[in-house]
Ligand binder design. Structure first.
Ligand code: NAD
Ligand code: MG
Length: 383
């Protein structure tokens, strides 16, 4: 029996993770879990999975959560301190990091420092603080990606030597606006952007998929996970069936294929390096019929290059890119800015940033705070 802890249990990845646990009661138990503020769903999950420790990030909801859990034998904490306690829960072997945004950084680092393997969905953690996170994890714990592309790359790499890799081919669906003209994109609404063609996900990553910042963030995530010297090509594959590929030095390309269902990479992360049965429908290529590929349109989706530039600049720039993106996405969801302003806000925030080395967590956090403030100022100007 493997005990796990979950950071962000009420989100899309959290709910899918609990479904994997539900389907495998003889393999996994949940020792501790956190959520942001949805106490109704959180209380239901706690009653079903019976963790010993839970934490609600929004401290003002702790009292109401306690009321809902009167008959349960569970310790209830709150705030970031509570998330860290969950991340370091002594009996858990593995922590699923599924908080959205750079709010996941501190608890994810705490999990690594306490010797837990990390099943990582929270890509913003690696984007903002890749070097720091990897230094902490080195020779101590495994970071096993949940992101479907990175899970695919890990599965393809299995048993291959790193220096036989010629390049990673990172696939992306292209999002809901792949075929839109620039003119059409000027007036897209949050509702249209939230309508992803292939995946059911939280709001932030769904908007990131629409701007293709998600592919930019994944590019940075892949560089940290699989080696900064590895060449990475991004290609658009609208069907989301091939989750990524590797070309080896002999020009052979190996791909991982599957239905677009996050329970597949989540299960792999929980059982890595083993595999177990998943009661999910098999991929039927006769029904899919066609797999197509195209070059990304970097003009129409400037966020991809912004992410690549941020990584090239290094130091605190990726943390600034990430924080400015979080603020801009939220402003778009609140209808304070237009879709195409998202990239402009990020670009202007990056232009105004003076990079610092990222030798400490505080350096990352201070760049994150600066970028949020700067992006908010720029939004007031746009608005
Ligand atoms: P979501 O918005 O559905 O869920 C986020 C979870 O984090 C919720 O439980 C929320 O309550 C919690 N949360 C938010 N802020 C918090 C805070 N400050 N402290 C504690 N908990 C907090 O998001 P999601 O789609 O599940 O994505 C989660 C992460 O996984 C993101 O980083 C995303 O990029 C990544 N990811 C998601 C998918 C997917 O299919 N959903 C795929 C790949 C990667
Ligand atoms: Mg992905």
């Amino acid at each position: 029996m493997k005990m796990i802890s979950i950071l962000g249990s009420t989100g899309s990845i959290g709910v899918n993770t609990l479904d994997v646990v539900r389907c495998n009661p003889d393999r996994f138990t949940v020792g501790a879990m956190t959520a942001g503020s949805n106490i109704e769903l959180f209380a239901e999950q706690i009653k079903e999975f019976k963790p010993s420790l839970v934490s609600i990030f929004n401290s003002s909801k702790r009292g109401a959560l306690k009321e809902l859990l009167q008959s349960e034998d569970v310790e209830i904490l709150s705030g970031e301190e509570g998330s860290v306690k969950v991340a370091t829960y002594p009996d858990a072997l593995l922590v699923v990091s599924a908080i959205v945004g750079s709010a996941g950084l501190v608890p994810s680092l705490a999990a690594i420092q306490s010797g837990k393997d990390l099943a990582l969905a929270n890509k913003e953690t690696l984007v903002a603080a890749g070097e720091l996170v990897l230094q902490e994890a080195k020779d101590r714990v495994n970071i096993i990606p949940i992101d479907s592309e990175h899970s695919a790359i890990l599965q393809v790499l299995n048993g291959e030597k790193q220096d036989r890799v010629k390049k990673i081919i990172l696939t992306g669906s292209g999002g809901p606006f792949r075929t839109f003209t620039r003119k059409q994109m000027e007036s897209v609404t949050a509702k249209e952007a939230l309508n992803h063609p292939n995946w059911e996900m939280g709001d932030k990553i769904t908007i990131d998929s629409a701007t293709m910042m998600n592919k930019g963030l994944e590019y940075i995530e892949a560089k940290w996970l699989f080696g900064c010297d590895t060449s990475i090509e991004i290609i658009i594959h609208p069907q989301s069936i091939i989750h990524s590929m590797i070309e080896f030095v002999d020009t052979s390309i190996i791909a991982q294929l599957g239905i677009p269902d996050m329970r597949v990479p989540i299960t792999y992360a929980l059982t890595y390096p083993d595999r177990i049965d998943c009661e999910l429908p098999s991929l039927d290529l006769k029904i899919i019929k066609q797999l197509t590929f195209e070059e990304p349109d970097y003009e129409k989706f400037p966020c991809i290059r912004l992410a690549q530039d941020a990584l090239k600049t290094g130091q605190t720039m990726p943390a600034v890119l990430n924080a400015a993106n979080e603020v801009a996405v939220q402003a778009f969801l609140n209808e304070s800015i237009l879709f195409q302003d998202i990239a402009e806000i990020i670009r202007a925030t990056m232009d105004n940033h003076k990079c610092q080395p990222v030798d400490t967590l505080e350096a990352v956090q201070s760049a994150d705070r600066w970028a949020r403030e700067e992006a908010r100022k720029l939004i007031t100007v746009v608005h």
